[in-house]
Design a binder for this molecule. Structure first.
Ligand SMILES: Nc1ncnc2c1ncn2[C@@H]1O[C@H](COP(=O)(O)OP(=O)(O)OP(=O)(O)O)[C@@H](O)[C@H]1O
Length: 595
């Protein structure tokens, strides 16, 4: 998977027009009956339109020329009748297509959303969230026009074109030929425009995606931007990106705008030729006035479907780029999937073993190098080591967020690759340093740990980890809404909520990346009690930053340079006077006051 950053354009693999068309049409399958009815209505409208000039010709040549007022009245009433029905049919078409296209967009959006949720960490490592948002929202919106107007009109327009051509040729083949002699020139020009335009629209969309990603990143990190007074610099960068996007848009639109003048020009030439020729034919008495009137109507009708089909084609080119981007994500296979005959992970006892595990991230060097260790059920392991040593990587492999290139990760003797992922992860509690809270109530945030938990269970979990007191002091207690990411709460409060959430899920294996941030001594004590409560009775891996957690751990593993270089209790490791001793002297000793 190609990596890209905010300002770097995505590299989209081109798909053939045919492939994209077929895939888009497949989404219409569930609505085939409705679409069929809509097409029938359109054909009816088309037949009325084609009949009009012919009826007019009959009225002029037969009834007006023959002074038949009764016949004229009859044909007039008939024309008004069928045109009223045609108007009604057009309205039904518009309403039905709006509903069908909305449903299709909902299906595609949902499919994309669910698919992205299944993609592995590697996918999210490879692109900014803003670029993903651009596809789920912007690109899918672009498909709307394609489904609403274009698809159902294409078939009737094509039929109109064929019918009108047949009628024109049957009326007078020489006049008909003069009308269409310009068509090969038009087709050639459109082919050229399509080839260049498609590329330009793709460039525009990737630029727009970069603007999205930039905006998303800036606003997510607004605190950093403001505290380092980066606003102006960032604004300039934003304007640069927007300018690039506008430039790409102008280039794409310029070419797309050639469509209409080209068609108008071709139709103009066609009409001039017909008039010029028909005047000659009338002079010679080869055609009647009625035929000329009907023919001039037909020539308009001949060019209208060409214009509409070209419009459809133009919209295809514009929106195929969007479809291509949507399908690219839908075609991305999740790297981490349950194997075909994966068994459900039975209730985990908690024995964890790494057997000669070697791992590297995509495009990176070796992060874990032939790592082996065994952890017994119920043990608390503190992982310590310098930054970038590979501690988080070890816990990511236990939860199978990534797969090791060599070696085995075993839980209760079962290779994590052989068991169903959901049954594995549902028995794990993973708590990251950056506690993530959703913008809903505290009650719901805790309930994420166990979706069917009652309010009483939620409150019991909060009480157990020591979160209840501060929650009750908030204006609406458990029903207080926290802002996005819980920004209205303090770091310690957010941690306590996430502890309650983890305790509620009652995981068999707990993974805790301890927050490094300093919190006041009072909250620190509550948080420590919360941690103790959480760790009790389950296998736990703690990427430990608090000396208290490290001291209380059954075992400390010291990770460095992709290996576990020391293992033992706090006192044992201090006695060894190795890396742990050095870390203790430089890092942890100073934290002991907070412990
Ligand atoms: N998603 C990723 N893609 C590529 N490389 C990564 C990724 N995550 C981590 N790394 C690299 O792998 C190495 C180990 O990272 P890891 O996060 O496991 O270290 P750590 O010991 O947890 O560090 P810290 O204590 O700073 O959190 C680092 O060199 C890091 O740059």
């Amino acid at each position: 998977m190609a990596k890209n950053i905010v300002k770097q354009d995505e590299d989209i693999k081109k798909k053939s027009n045919f492939e994209i068309t077929i895939r888009l049409f497949k989404y219409m399958k569930p609505y085939k009956f409705k679409v069929f009815i809509v097409i029938l209505l359109m054909i009816f409208v088309m037949a009325c339109n084609i009949a009009n000039p012919y009826l007019l010709k009959t009225a002029i040549d037969k009834y007006i020329a023959g002074d038949d007022l009764k016949g004229l009245l009859k044909i007039g009433i008939f024309m008004v009748g069928i045109n009223l029905i045609a108007m009604f049919a057009s309205r039904i078409r518009i309403k039905s297509m709006a509903s069908i296209s909305n449903n299709i967009l909902l299906t595609i959006r949902h499919e994309l959303y669910s698919h992205i949720q299944k993609l592995s960490f590697q996918f999210f490592d490879s692109r900014p969230v803003g670029k993903i948002l651009a596809r789920v929202i912007g690109d899918i919106n672009s498909l709307q026009e394609l489904f609403t107007n274009s698809v159902t009109s294409f078939i009737p327009e094509l039929l109109t074109l064929i019918c009108v051509t047949i009628v024109m040729f049957s009326m007078n083949y020489k006049l008909a030929l003069s009308a269409i002699v310009i068509l090969p020139f038009l087709a050639l020009s459109m082919f050229f425009i399509e080839t260049v335009s498609r590329k330009r629209w793709q460039v525009f969309r990737t630029k727009r995606s970069s603007v999205n990603a930039f905006t998303h990143e800036e606003f997510s990190g607004i605190r950093v931007v403001q505290s380092f007074t980066f606003e102006e610099k960032k604004s300039k960068a934003f304007v640069e990106l927007v300018k690039e996007m506008m430039g790409a848009f102008m280039k794409a639109v310029k070419l797309g705008d050639l469509f209409w003048p080209l068609i108008e020009f071709s139709s103009g030439i066609g009409i001039v030729l017909v008039y010029w020729y028909s005047v000659k034919l009338i002079d010679k008495g080869n055609i009647t006035v009625g035929t000329l009137v009907a023919f001039t109507s037909y020539i308009g009708m001949f060019w209208r479907p060409i214009m509409n089909i070209s419009n459809f084609y133009n919209s295809l080119i514009t929106n195929f780029a969007a479809a291509e981007r949507v399908f690219e994500i839908l075609d991305t296979k999740p790297d981490i999937v349950s194997i075909h005959d994966a068994v459900k992970m039975p209730r985990i006892k908690g024995n964890v073993e790494f057997k000669n595990v070697t791992f590297s991230y995509e495009d990176g060097g070796v992060v874990l190098d032939d790592v082996s260790f065994k952890v017994n059920s119920g043990e608390t392991i503190a992982l310590v080591g310098p930054t970038g040593a590979g501690k988080t990587t070890i816990v990511n492999l236990i939860s199978r967020f990534y797969d090791a290139q060599r070696g085995e990760v075993l839980i209760d003797g079962k290779n994590v690759k052989d068991v169903d992922i959901e049954s594995l992860r549902s028995q794990m509690g993973i708590m990251l340093q950056d506690t993530f809270l959703f913008s809903t109530t505290i009650m719901e945030n805790i309930r994420y740990g166990k979706l069917d938990a009652s309010d009483e269970e939620v409150i019991a979990a909060a009480k157990a980890v020591g979160a209840h007191e501060f929650i009750m002091k908030l204006e609406n207690g458990y029903h207080t809404e926290v802002n996005e990411r819980g920004s209205r709460l303090s770091v310690g409060q957010r941690q306590l909520i996430s502890f309650a959430r983890a305790l509620l899920s009652n995981p068999r294996i707990l993974i805790l990346d301890e927050a490094t941030s300093n919190i006041d001594t009072f909250t620190e004590r509550i948080v420590q009690r919360g941690i103790k409560k959480l760790l009790y009775g389950r296998t736990s891996f703690v990427i430990a930053h608090r000396l208290s957690t490290i001291r209380d751990a059954d075992r400390i593993m010291v990770v460095d340079g992709g290996k576990i270089i020391e293992e033992g209790t706090h006192d044992e490791l201090l006695r060894c006077k190795g890396l742990y001793y050095d870390l203790y002297m430089t890092q942890y000793r100073f934290l002991s006051e907070g412990a």
